[in-house]
Design a protein around this ligand. Structure first.
Ligand code: G4P
Length: 289
């Protein structure tokens, strides 16, 4: 059976709730994984973002191949899509996002002829006095919570479960004229192909409980040996052979053995996938434009 089957699960429900949230928002920050932007982008967002500022944030750029990320940014520029690559944990990168939002908001909302400006004027306000509302969205594990924490900075410090603190969604005033929704919009994607599903599984955006981890690690080894030769030799000091032989060599080297000295495939697979997901195999990209 195909290991990367799609489980629709909460898809429709998530979309419905997102449609509701989006109504009060001016800026949609859509997080994708810089290592696989195509497979982690949500096809529904373009429609949800109509009339709003939509920025594609290629997150985890620190784990992706820099030259490939650069090509992705050029690709999006060519398509007139606002895109920026970030490491959610970098203050400098968060600044870049803010600068981009400021520029786009200026372009969009300063013209007195926009419908929004007219509406605000009609109720006696000035658009520049109004807060720009921002929302973060993306599929699981692309770094939404991490990004929100960095983006909100001190202002966004969570107050935890203290009694009296309002639960549910809140706007965090991140600075003058900017408010951020404290909870991200979680969306899911239906992989367009088996390869796309595999990439989602590699980066941890599919539910691991539904995956066969041995198969996942074998597919990963097949891919990495061809795409980034030398990676496995450098990390594990074993030769790069067929995926199965390589996996057995890694298991033996790392002492992932069952009773009687048999290779523990599951444990070995876990080591490999964990190393990749934590960036210990180096910077690599799964997709090129
Ligand atoms: P989510 O809300 O979209 O589901 O993602 P979340 O922020 O929980 O991030 C998922 C994992 O990705 C976390 O690692 C987080 O630290 C990591 N991460 C998020 N953004 C970046 C980034 O720009 N660069 C790197 N290198 N990692 C990033 P974790 O191992 O699950 O948790 P933790 O041990 O780091 O807390």
């Amino acid at each position: 059976m195909n290991n990367y089957q799609w489980y629709p699960g909460h898809m429709a429900k998530a979309l419905k709730s997102m449609r509701e949230d989006v109504k009060s928002v001016d800026v949609l920050l859509e997080l994708v994984d810089a290592r696989a932007p195509e497979s982690t982008v949500n096809p529904n967002i373009a429609e949800l973002a109509k009339g709003k500022i939509h920025i594609l944030i290629l997150n985890k750029r620190d784990m992706a191949d820099d030259s490939v990320t650069k090509r992705w940014l050029e690709y999006y520029k060519g398509k007139n899509i606002n895109a920026v690559a970030v490491d959610a944990k970098s203050k400098e990168d968060i600044k870049h996002v803010n600068t981009l939002i400021d520029r786009l908001a200026d372009e969009k909302f300063s013209g007195a002829d926009t419908r929004l400006a007219k509406a605000v004027e009609a109720v006696g306000g000035k658009l520049k006095d109004r807060s720009i509302k921002i929302m973060v969205t993306g599929i699981p594990n692309v770094g939404k919570s991490t990004f929100i924490n960095s983006f909100a900075g001190k202002a966004g410090t969570r107050t935890g479960n203290r009694p009296g603190v309002t639960k549910g969604k809140q706007w965090i005033r991140i600075r003058k004229g900017r408010e951020l929704l404290d909870t991200p919009g979680v969306l899911y994607v239906k992989p367009l192909s088996e390869e796309a599903g595999m990439r989602l599984a590699f980066i941890g955006s599919l539910n691991d409980n539904n995956l066969n981890i041995d198969e996942l690690a074998l597919d990963f080894l097949k891919w990495v040996i061809v795409t980034y030769p030398g990676t496995i030799i450098d990390r594990y000091s074993v030769p790069e052979e067929e995926a199965l032989e390589t996996m057995e060599a890694i298991g033996a080297k790392r002492g992932a053995l069952k009773r009687g000295g048999v290779i523990d495939y599951e444990k070995t697979a876990g080591i490999i996938i964990d190393d990749f997901r934590n960036g210990r195999l180096g910077k690599m990209s799964l997709e090129k434009p």
